[in-house]
Design a protein around this ligand. Structure first.
Ligand SMILES: [Fe+2]
Ligand SMILES: [Fe+2]
Length: 288
């Protein structure tokens, strides 16, 4: 059973450069705040439609926990974007393409057209497979962030680090759900792999566009998107290397791929036990 925790984060003290002296890495990670609110809202919506179609009660309960966790993730990242607005960062120009992706192309009624009855369950299942592909990346990124070496010595803003680690821990917890749901809904290996390739291409495209966009949108204009800066951060262990990203992508194609195998659950528990926002949410629940 997946726990839904509802932590709350206060952003007023978090600066735009939340990794001191490393605005480029900050922007690379900040792309998450651009992509996740719309993406996770959409995931929660699709999984809500998938839940009643899943016969296995344990998996169905995981799907329900998954969608609640994702809805809270998306909401929490959206609040960071609200905080940016107060700091003079306008992201309005980035949003339409993302919104098109989720609200037009991958919508319940794609391009405003009603899906014919015979295709309705398939359309849900394929989109669950798209979610499984996205979740593969959130899970491997979570694994990267949950490593105690992540941003060690970089002195990041504690609130932002708390958000990232809480989110990473929950991604690790529910990393298997969409994959297993897509199989339960009958998506075959070929379709799953094809959708993964498309998701990979879209993710790279949007991430690079996001870094460029955020670099331009920074009112202080301290940074330009640059591969050299990316490689420097990867060497420092602040970002994954291209080699790691490639290995992650290939691993999805392995015949016995199983997202359940990835995580050290003791580390997940430890991170959640130490998170100030999660602890505060727990106190709040118990004192109600
Ligand atoms: Fe999430
Ligand atoms: Fe997730």
């Amino acid at each position: 059973m997946l726990e839904v925790r509802h932590p709350r984060f206060q952003w007023h003290d978090t600066p735009l450069d939340w990794i001191p002296g490393d605005p480029h890495t900050t922007k690379v990670i900040d792309v998450l705040h651009l992509l996740l609110p719309a993406g996770e809202r959409w995931m929660a919506r699709v999984m809500k439609q998938a839940a009643p179609l899943i016969e296995d009660a344990a998996l169905r309960s995981d799907v329900e926990g998954f969608l609640r966790q994702e809805a809270w993730h998306g909401r929490s990242h959206a609040q960071v974007v609200e905080h940016w607005k107060e700091l003079g960062v306008d992201v309005a120009a980035y949003a339409p393409q993302i919104d098109w992706l989720f609200d037009v192309l991958l919508a319940d009624k794609p391009f405003g057209k009603r899906v014919p009855a015979w295709l309705r369950t398939r359309w849900i299942a394929w989109r669950v497979a798209v979610i499984a592909a996205i979740e593969h990346y959130t899970a491997v990124l979570a694994e990267f962030a949950l490593d105690p070496a992540f941003l060690a010595g970089a002195n990041p803003d504690p609130m932002m680090l708390d958000l990232i680690l809480w989110h990473a821990a929950e991604e690790a917890e529910h990393g298997h759900v969409a994959f297993e749901a897509s199989i339960a809904l009958g998506v075959g290996g070929a379709a799953r792999r094809l959708l993964f390739a498309l998701v990979t291409a879209a993710l790279w495209y949007e991430w690079i566009r996001g870094v460029r966009f955020l670099a331009r949108a920074d009112p202080n204009r301290r940074v330009r998107a640059s591969w050299r800066e990316f490689f420097r951060a990867a060497r420092q262990g602040r970002l994954p290397t291209l080699g790691a990203a490639l290995r992650w992508s290939i691993s999805y194609y392995k015949p016995h791929y199983n997202p359940r195998k990835q995580f050290a659950t003791t580390r997940v528990r430890e991170v959640l036990a130490r998170s100030p926002a999660v602890s505060a949410a727990r106190v709040h629940v118990h004192s109600r």
